[in-house]
Structure formats: C-alpha cells, structure tokens
Design a protein. Sequence first.
Length: 271
Amino acid sequence: MTRRPSRPARVLATALAAGTLLATAVACSDGSGSPEAAAVSPAAERSPSPSRTPALTGPGAQAALITSADIEDDWQPANDAATWRNQMLVGKVDVADFLNAKSDAADCQRLLDSLYSDTLLGRATGASGLRGFVSQDSRLLYQVGDYGQAGMDATLTWLKKLPTECNQFSATGSDGGKRTVQVVEYKEPPKAGDALAALTVTVQGTSNGQPATTTLDVVAFRVGASGAAVTNGGLSGVDHDSTALAVQNGAKRLKDVLSGRTPAPLPSQFD
C-alpha cells in the first residue's frame, strides 16, 4: 500500500523531493524482491515506529499471565494446571451427525482434543506461559504465547466457524458412554486484542457413572504476533463475568508487555 508522504515532505522543493525519492528507491532495491521493502515509502523510512510487534520473551510471557486480581471473586491459583485433563471432553466424534461428514467432523474432533489436551492455540513458535485458577468445581485456564500472526489468525478463523459446523453432535467416550456436545457463539463476547473468537461449549454425558453436564467458555485472542486463550467453566456452569475479565485484563497485560511496559499489579477500573 502506498503511504501519503508526511506534511514536511510535501513542502519540500520539487527537485529535492525527486532526489529523495530516487535515493530511497535505490536504497530499497536490495535484490531480494521483498514485498515489504518495495512497499516502504520515504515517510515510513523516516518514522521511528517499529513495523512489527516485538516478539514475546520468556520473562514477558510470565509477566503477561493474569493473576487472581484480574478475575476477582474467589478464584485461587492452582499448582497443577499444566496437568488438568477433563474426562468429559474425551470422545470420538460420530461422523454420521454431519452433512459434510469428514471435514466438519474433523474440526469438531480437533475442538474436543485440543480442549482436553490444553492445546487450543497449537504449538507456540516462541515463548509461552500457562496459569490456572480454581473456584469450587470450576477451573479457569489462561495460556499466552508467541504463535505467529498467521498461525493465530488461522486458529481464530477455525474457531469462528465451529458454531455452524459443530452446532450439536454426539461423541463416544472411552468408557463407551455417549456425549452430546453443543457449540454456540459466546453471547456478547468481550472486546480485546487485535482479533478475537469466542465460544461456549456444553458437554452432556456421565461422570463417575452419574449424569453430568460441563459448560465451558472458550475464548482466544491475538495481540500482534502473540495470542492467548481462556477456558473457563465446570460441572456447575460457567461464570461469564470471570471469562470477560480474564480476556480484557489479559489482553491489556499482553499489550503492555509487548510495548515494553510492566503490567500494573492490579487492574484499573478506568482502563
């Protein structure tokens, strides 16, 4: 995209402006054929602003993780979050439920598998971090990392189509029990980051031989080339307010870290 020259550039003499443009064109022609180099304007060359969001570092990923103060109520940090596995999410999707059997069933199977294994965002290309919180029988898992902008955008696109592809389907658990899964759009999703996708997933089946229903909010968002995911809920339902706070305060922390600032210890009500 050609950028409009800055105001100082427009008031320069015609001959001087032509010479500047020629010099810039020569400097940008490095033989690499890079579309980024070709798109740089004289104004952009003089701009001190970086063209890309800085990569997330290891310490930055840890600083970007939310705390109990970010989600309020009585959430307590959990030491075993990295090993959480929800057996209600284990199941082989029944392909017969789908009109576009193979493709849609594969996307729904991917959803169940990634929620069970906490790999919703895929494999981080750089630094990453994870933190969990518990409140009665509910769990909130927050993950953040450098996944690359293209990777994050692909994940968000996939999540956004699931309420249509996976609206309701059945799956068979490892014990042979049937699961009924419903995937809907998150009602009034919070606004955060550069891009976001939000779902609510309900799984009905049995747990320890008794009828059980697990409800989860599933939200992913991107800031620059980094991203984060929130999964929140349990057998007694889901607190949507806690999900929204985790997303909004998490996005602010991630943005602060990527901008070189230290996140505030307590979220501000004025943000």
